[in-house]
Write a protein that binds this ligand. Structure first.
Ligand SMILES: CC(C)(COP(=O)(O)OP(=O)(O)OC[C@H]1O[C@@H](n2cnc3c(N)ncnc32)[C@H](O)[C@@H]1OP(=O)(O)O)[C@@H](O)C(=O)NCCC(=O)NCCS
Length: 157
């Protein structure tokens, strides 16, 4: 499997706009349009590719540690992680997570920790993160619109 993680670039954009999750899964990440609206100087878009096809997306929020009490001040955050519905169930989330720490080390080397929250009703996502070395901190984040979320953390330094 030739899976790569890359910062979003112009060459990805047309395929990126075709990505979606099912309606039922939108409660966890929203829509592609909504995610792109979150991009800013502080919130960076990244894509997951298999060969030359864009199959997934996520945001890195460099202000995460400032925004959330459960995170260390200097930590970054993972938001909006998804694999397009056509490509789910084929091991791509797990394969992304296997490379994730190394990827973060090359692009966010001045940071050491990344956090995320994952809905308690979303076990496949939690499984994928555990496969990448994330630990469940045992805390629950109750601020999400779709119900309680597990707080997970990866130290990648
Ligand atoms: C959660 C998500 C990223 C998983 O992506 P994926 O590429 O389908 O996941 P994988 O195929 O790598 O599987 C990951 C784990 O979930 C399990 N899994 C995934 N889909 C499954 C299904 N339909 N039935 C049973 N198990 C499933 C796999 O067996 C695997 O577990 P394992 O590591 O113990 O073997 C994807 O379903 C998704 O984008 N969901 C919508 C958005 C979302 O919820 N994002 C997370 C926000 S925190």
């Amino acid at each position: 499997m030739n899976l790569t993680i890359q910062p979003l670039a112009k060459a990805h954009y047309a395929q990126l706009c075709e990505l979606a999750v099912s309606e039922e899964q939108q409660q966890y990440v929203g829509t592609m349009e909504g995610l792109l609206a979150c991009v800013s100087m502080d919130v960076h878009p990244h894509v997951i590719c298999v060969n030359d096809q864009v199959i997934g997306f996520f945001l890195i929020d460099t202000f995460y540690g400032i925004k959330y009490d459960f995170a260390l001040d200097n930590a970054i955050g993972l938001r909006g992680f998804f694999i397009d519905q056509r490509y789910q169930g084929q091991g791509y989330a797990r394969a992304t997570m296997v490379q994730f720490g190394t990827y973060l080390k090359s692009y966010y080397s001045h940071r050491e920790n990344i956090y995320l929250t994952v809905n308690c009703r979303n076990p496949f996502a939690r499984q994928s993160y555990l496969a990448g070395g994330f630990i469940d901190t045992g805390e629950l984040y109750l601020g999400g619109a779709a119900g309680p979320q597990h707080v997970m953390k990866l130290s990648y330094a």
